[in-house]
Design a protein around this ligand. Structure first.
Ligand code: TMP
Ligand code: ASP
Length: 246
């Protein structure tokens, strides 16, 4: 298996799964999958649908850059290399059906739930758990629900919380240096070959990113809330986190 660069001898095979923003393909190696990033955008459990031109390229390249940063800090991720502008080679994981959210600043559903103003700083980062279920609309759950539903073992849950905070400690200063406030983000973890890995993506779809100077929203909230300038915001995040424009 080749890592990072253009992996050789990997052939894409049958479509395994099509999600709202990505398609997952099997490969000729049962341990590997390819994530294909689409421009399709949904919000509010797919009640709102649209297209963000160039989003797939941005999310693929931004995710690759963030996974590479995390791997350098010894965080185990499913990422094995970018195959093209929209395709990423990954380890095949048995995904744990929990969405782990880390929050540094009050926004979104936390503002709604608490009545606190969006933008209120959070002294100690918050970790939240949601049950990954489209039919149920990803309800919030706690450790007791995870145990009852056997979504993860207690050891896995401890590891996930610790890893989520460690990822926050790595990505927050990384983004700050590039002019972005990491307000909150969503992570998914999984198992492969008896080990645990970070999976999915890290992109403006799954993070709230605010401009450090102006507070301007540079993430999917521009689409969710009809703020305009959606494509431009994604391109700006690409420029800051990957380098040249997509
Ligand atoms: P929330 O404030 O709506 O709960 O969102 C928290 C973070 O999770 C935010 O960065 C966006 C991300 N997120 C997803 O990645 N997928 C989702 O389905 C939702 C609702 C949020
Ligand atoms: N992607 C999710 C959906 O379709 C939600 C979101 O990101 O707001 O509903």
């Amino acid at each position: 298996m080749n890592t990072r660069g253009a992996p050789v001898n990997v052939e894409t095979r049958a479509k395994l799964y099509e999600g709202k923003a990505k398609i997952v393909y099997a490969t000729n190696d049962p341990r590997l999958i390819v994530q294909y990033f689409k421009d399709d955008a949904t919000a509010f459990n797919a009640l709102k649908r649209g297209t963000i031109v160039g989003k797939g390229v941005v999310n693929n390249r931004v995710s690759a850059a963030m996974f590479e940063r995390l791997e350098r800090a010894k965080v185990p991720t499913h990422y094995l290399g970018a195959l093209s502008d929209r395709e990423m080679l990954c380890r095949r994981l048995d995904i744990i059906k929990i969405e782990t959210i880390v929050r540094n600043v009050v926004a979104g559903s936390l503002a709604k739930r608490t009545g606190l103003d969006e933008g209120t700083p959070i002294r100690q980062p918050i970790v939240e758990l949601y049950y990954k279920s489209d039919p149920l609309g990803d309800p919030m759950i706690n450790d007791d629900h995870v145990r009852m539903m056997k979504l993860a073992t207690p050891a896995e849950l401890t590891w996930m919380r610790r890893m989520a905070l460690r990822i926050n400690r790595i990505l927050r200063p990384h983004m700050w240096k590039r002019g972005l406030i990491l307000v909150d983000f969503k992570l998914e973890f999984g198992r492969a070959g008896g080990r645990r890995y970070l999976g999915d993506e890290i992109s403006p779809d799954t993070c709230r990113l605010w401009d450090r100077q102006t507070g301007e929203k540079l993430d999917k909230d521009r689409f969710r809330r009809d703020l305009g300038g959606v494509e431009e915001a994604y391109q700006e995040v690409y420029r800051r986190l990957v380098g040249t424009s997509a």
